[in-house]
Design a protein around this ligand. Structure first.
Ligand SMILES: Nc1ncnc2c1ncn2[C@@H]1O[C@H](COP(=O)(O)OP(=O)(O)OP(=O)(O)O)[C@@H](O)[C@H]1O
Length: 225
């Protein structure tokens, strides 16, 4: 599905992904872990650029429009499926079908609040689920998520991750929560200072392995400061 061969990425000449090779296969559910600044978002954005036609991206920045409702923010995921005229009319007076679809999506994401609620009235966790809803409503086979459930309580995060995994053929998700990575994903990639230092089936790893991975990564990070 995606082959990265000795990939290097930089910002203004500063290399943040270094000589990274990885093959991602269709159908895989991949957790991408690593200390803050390791290069996870940079790598995920690169994957998105390569897979754009088939992938949806749920970025950390969310990009919600505060002056619009929950309904309209989620509906944005469908903009490319409809004509400009349809989208404009729906902005003014929501159509029945998308309203029902978005309501069902909200229910699945435990956003049981009126679809007309402005997103600037929502909590951090609710906003994250609106961003996830918009990504889901794109109905792409590949979901790329950058810490999409970081603001949710652990039990809800588990349910939402399950929903995302169940709605997509292939998932790559940046996570800091080791338990979530081990429980829900079948492959774990670990980045350290822009290099891929861990690539293993989740079934072969333990919480202690991931603790050790993060411990080493933190030590390296502190040494660089
Ligand atoms: N737009 C940018 N311009 C310059 N440097 C950047 C930019 N975005 C990220 N970086 C730098 O690139 C490195 C990797 O950043 P990146 O956001 O990919 O890390 P990350 O692993 O996703 O971190 P976090 O877990 O904190 O989100 C960091 O040192 C960061 O400061």
């Amino acid at each position: 599905m995606l082959v990265l061969d000795r990939l290097s990425l930089d910002y203004g000449g500063r290399e943040v992904i270094k000589d990274l090779s990885v093959v991602l296969h269709s159908g895989q559910k991949v957790a991408l872990i690593g200390a803050s600044g390791a290069g996870k978002s940079t790598l995920l954005m690169h994957m998105y650029r390569q897979l754009k036609d088939r992938a949806t991206l749920c970025a950390q920045s969310q990009g919600l429009v505060d002056s619009l409702s929950l309904y309209h923010n989620i509906y944005m995921g469908a903009l490319a499926r409809h004509s400009g005229l349809y989208n404009l009319a729906n902005l003014v007076w929501p159509f029945k079908t998308p309203l029902a679809e978005v309501s069902a999506l909200c229910h699945a994401l435990e956003l049981d609040i009126p679809p007309s609620t402005l997103v600037n009235r929502l909590s951090g966790g609710q906003r994250q689920r609106v961003a996830i809803g918009r990504a889901l409503y794109q109905r792409q086979p590949i979901f790329l998520g950058d810490e999409p459930v970081s603001a949710l309580d652990p039990a809800m995060a588990d349910r939402i991750i399950r929903h995302i995994l169940g709605s997509h053929d292939t998932v790559v998700m940046v996570l800091h929560n080791r338990h979530q990575a081990l429980t829900h994903f079948d492959r774990i990639l670990g980045l350290k200072n822009g290099q891929l230092v861990l690539d293993a089936p989740a079934s072969t790893l333990t919480l202690a392995d991931l603790d050790a991975f993060y411990g080493d990564a933190m030590k390296d990070e502190e040494a660089q400061c």
